[in-house]
Design a protein around this ligand. Sequence first.
Ligand SMILES: [Zn+2]
Ligand SMILES: [Zn+2]
Length: 257
Amino acid sequence: MTTTSLHEQMEVILAENETHDCEGIGKDKICVRVVAMAELPSRFGDFHIIAFENNRDGKEHVAIIKGNVIGAEDVPVRLHSECLTGDVIGSLRCDCRDQLEAALKMIGQMDKGIVLYLRQEGRGIGLTNKIRAYSLQDEGMDTVEANLALGFRDDERDYAVAAHMLMSLKVHSVRLITNNPKKIQQLTDYGVKVNVRIPHVMPPNEHNLFYLETKAAKSGHLIDFHGKQHLKEQDDRAIIEGMSEEQIRLLEEETWE
Ligand SMILES: [Zn+2]
Ligand SMILES: [Zn+2]
């Protein structure tokens, strides 16, 4: 029944969006349109996937939704920034894949929820530039130095597109899955009603265990076997089950500064 009504409501949204145009959101006046929806059964649960076009860079952002979120209140939402090397290849230079899987698993078990998969690779600098930054880090630069050396700010991400996507889906209010109040502030500034924060907690595994064991938790960055920092690609570090109160406090302070 829910599925039927989701499909009916999406038919309406798709029809309305054919001619959608607005003044846009954020400094770049981003406007997106909902263009397609399909079922997406996955190993993490039964989802629907919704494709969006935007007026800025032609990137194809998607919403992965569980249940019927159209017109709903208090929808759990996770914002995930694309990371080809982590999400797809399982790179250990970052923990993007673990964060994405944890979010999909969490939402897959809920009645409803949304993962917005945002195509802002490498903190917004793009895949090739991210690999250039990795290369500079291999030569000894830290993450910030590498980005600046390439002519980028430390963080080029923007959540205007996410805010518009939630509005396009007529989501009335959200519970944001994040450890970063700045993300809540940005969405709120763009007009999204964020009712509450759900801490993003991941189960421990062989790849994130060292979080618990090293100063990584203190610095808020991943640190590899050679002691070099990794690129912090999602904008908030996940809390990992088993972290001490003190580790969580230090991690959140770092993220929230
Ligand atoms: Zn618009
Ligand atoms: Zn990553």
